[in-house]
Design a protein around this ligand. Sequence first.
Ligand code: DX5
Ligand code: ZN
Length: 221
Amino acid sequence: MKARIAPSILSADFGHLAEGIAMCIEGGADQIHLDVMDGRFVPNITFGEKVIGTVRKLTSLPLDVHMMVREPEKYFESFAGAGANGMTIHAEVAPHLQRQLTRIRELGCRAGAAVNPGTSLVAVREAVMDLDLLLVMTVNPGFGGQAFIPASLDKVGRARRMLDEFKSNAQLEVDGGISRHTIHDVWRAGADTFVAGNAIFTADDPKSEISALRMLCLVSA
Ligand code: DX5
Ligand code: ZN
């Protein structure tokens, strides 16, 4: 299993977004994570279709769009049209989860479901076969730079066992507080895809931080 690193551009300097994306490419990022927030599902507001389209023009890397929005289905067509490769919706605001995931796949995108720290994995269990990605939030969403919630480790382990039980090949992604201090344990718990914002963009050498994080998944200690 390869560890995938997904830099979150939430922590990038938006005045120099092109340089930030170029850094991710040169550093060997596996996908770019874009945090869409609506000020309703989460307290913060970020960006939408326009920035997804801007990033699309800057890279051919997969664009992993994390939709922290209510009524996410309103945006599926426009985000897919702007160049999203994957869209992850939150189980907390997806009463018709199976239908919504199916629609994302119909649009040619990878379908993801996310669970907040306080949300049980049971919320996605019946839709596992409709998932290409399961996102276990390791902070409460809304802001970059928050501390990793330690109880998440056990939850990631349970998420891995659930995917294995269904023989699912879905990516198991974690998001929030991933850094040199936390990534190894989360990898050991069973995650394979790691979103990192602050850890990469505030590093002394952001480009080499991407491979440094990935390497920490390989060491056996
Ligand atoms: C949080 C976002 C994250 C955020 C992670 O609500 O979903 O993707 O950018 O930032 P760090 O890695 O700084 O915790
Ligand atoms: Zn995110």
